[in-house]
Design a protein around this ligand. Structure first.
Ligand code: SF4
Ligand code: SF3
Length: 543
């Protein structure tokens, strides 16, 4: 049984270098090794798939879907259950066999089928073979792998809503296969990363199309953030489809449904807010869940990341679904494309919920690209007349580190003639504050989830077009916080769009070698955050 591990894929990596005994996130060495083996097996599958694609043949769509699910399961705070990872390894092994038989490929070595063989292989697998011999190449390949994990999450959400793009699916194979190619030089991997950024932009567009096509464009909404009496279910994560299915199954049952964390933006979609029992939002960002869920008199459904180890006080009332898993946690499976949330509903009714209404409190959300750009004319005029002098995008992941208070201070210190766009779970640090208005618009515009980064990019591109300039010439500064691998794929997309001078924190990724950091600073002007005062002074220095 493994007693050591190495993982440095997220911002919580121990000492800023990597988790070696157990993950700061709670991932144990056995699960870490199994996840590495899953990635290794996916690389093997990808090599086969590339051979098939190069012959002009196609990959069965269930294999495309498996690749998304398997990569997504290895994203930080998604799946901590070794049994689930073993199932996925067996599925990938079966997919390799399928491709071999369909297309007469050479038999692959090491097709692990039983649990014992899988665990033995996991103990030996090394998915960073160039870590000692080619530090910078390995650093770039790791960055690409983490980007692929993030992209898998986006592709999965779009696929759940019926949208896939063959070019995107193929890039998973080409990207994973490239990770095994020892002939690649630094420039080759850099080129691949930029190509990846553009493909990821397509996935983000696809997900935007899936979400807005299914549920309509988010609209400005004063979302309830106080408790209402009665039984309830709290839904966390990013999966709008799971929320929709739960809303259908809870209709008329006297149960309120609250969003939590990254599900908050769901309250602004016409196709979801039409359910009157989708009542409001409970809680804040993922890292506060253990105390927010402690003794909660309601049921909790985790649809995606970020899941933390459940405390005993609520382990009987938290459920997982989709790719999420935790040992001992009740999982709601998908059967024939449908989910049966009866256990969650029964638990909510049994617990009874809150006994009193809290004084009502609301926050303003729902400024995706459609709602924000419906004010384009006012915004452009306000810039021309000097009422709006600067735009900030203060967004990204939240996390537990105290240095993340930077983002609250930064938002608070932005001048009154500026607009703050925000998205993802980092906004919970300041989204309940009153930033007032500028040119008749709210100063704080909540664009949505991290899954809505496409919306923010479209807003920036529309402003650039209106002013007939590039995004880098706009009075716009991106101040991003990262934690997990979706942030990596977004960053690579921004770089592939040529966007420069991004402020990044709370710390730089451990997987970027010093030379890679230097390259990013020189080529893209990436700036590690310092203090809110200093960074703001640097940004707002008169031209
Ligand atoms: Fe550590 Fe993050 Fe890896 Fe978890 S995902 S083991 S916290 S680096
Ligand atoms: Fe948050 Fe996990 Fe990244 Fe979706 S919920 S932004 S960290």
């Amino acid at each position: 049984m493994e007693t050591s591990m190495f993982c440095y894929q997220c911002e919580q990596a121990l000492h800023g270098t990597g988790c070696v005994r157990v993950g700061v996130c709670g991932k144990d060495p056995q699960v870490a090794a199994l996840q590495d083996l899953l990635v290794y097996e996916l690389e093997g599958l990808a090599l086969q798939a590339v051979a098939v694609l190069d012959r002009g043949e196609t990959i069965p769509s269930d294999i495309d879907r498996l690749v998304m699910e398997a990569l997504f399961a290895t994203l930080t705070n998604v799946n901590f259950d070794g049994a689930d990872i073993i199932d996925l390894i067996q599925d990938v092994t079966a997919a390799r066999r399928t491709l071999r038989e369909m297309y007469g490929l050479h038999p692959a070595a090491d097709l692990h089928t039983n649990e014992e063989a899988i665990r033995a292989a996991a103990a030996k697998v090394d998915i960073r073979p160039q870590a000692e011999t080619a530090v910078d190449i390995q650093s770039l390949k790791d960055t690409l792998l983490y980007g692929l994990k993030g992209m898998a999450a986006y592709a999965y959400h779009a696929a759940v809503l019926g949208l896939q793009d063959p070019e995107v699916n193929h890039f998973f194979y080409r990207g994973l296969a490239a990770l095994t190619d020892r002939t690649l030089q630094l420039n080759d991997v850099l080129d691949l990363m930029m190509a990846f950024g553009q493909v990821n932009l397509k996935v983000m567009a696809l997900l935007d199309q899936a979400n807005t096509g299914t549920y309509g464009h988010p609209e400005p909404t004063h979302a309830l953030v106080s408790k209402r009496k009665g039984p309830f279910i709290v839904v966390s994560g990013h999966d709008l489809h799971d929320l929709k299915e739960l809303l259908e199954q809870t209709a008329g049952k006297g149960i309120n449904v609250y969003t939590h964390g990254e599900m908050l933006p769901a309250l602004a979609y016409p196709g979801l807010k039409k359910y009157p029992h989708l009542i409001g939002n409970y809680g804040t960002a993922w890292h506060n869940q253990q105390h927010e869920f402690d003794s909660l008199p309601g049921a909790i459904l985790m649809t995606t990341n970020c899941l933390m180890k459940p405390r005993p006080s609520y382990q009987d009332r938290i459920f997982s679904t989709g790719v999420v898993g935790y040992p001992g946690m009740t999982h709601i499976p998908s059967r024939g494309g449908k989910k049966d949330f009866t256990p969650v509903i029964q638990k909510a009714l049994e617990l009874g919920g809150w006994t009193e209404d809290e004084p009502e409190k609301r926050i303003l959300i729902g400024f995706g690209r459609s709602a924000t750009l419906s004010h384009a004319e006012e915004i452009i005029n306000a810039v021309k007349t000097g009422q709006i002098k600067h735009f900030f995008l203060v967004g990204g992941c939240d996390g537990a580190k105290s240095s993340r208070s930077y983002y609250t201070e930064f938002a608070e210190k932005t001048p009154p003639d500026s607009v703050i766009l925000t998205l993802a779970c980092g906004k919970f640090r300041f989204n309940d504050r009153d930033f007032g208005t500028v040119a008749g618009l709210p100063r704080l515009l909540d664009v949505g989830q991290c899954n809505d980064a496409y919306s923010a990019i479209q807003i920036a591109l529309a402003l650039a077009e209106a002013f007939n300039c590039g995004v880098n010439d706009l009075p716009l500064t991106l101040v991003l916080s990262w934690y997990e691998q979706k942030a990596v794929c977004i960053l690579l997309t921004l770089l592939s769009l040529g966007i420069k001078n991004i402020y990044l924190g709370p710390s730089l990724p451990a997987f970027l070698s010093p030379n890679v950091v230097q390259y990013l600073v020189e080529q893209f002007g990436i700036r590690p955050i310092t203090s809110a005062e200093k960074d703001l002074a640097d940004i707002l220095v008169p031209a």
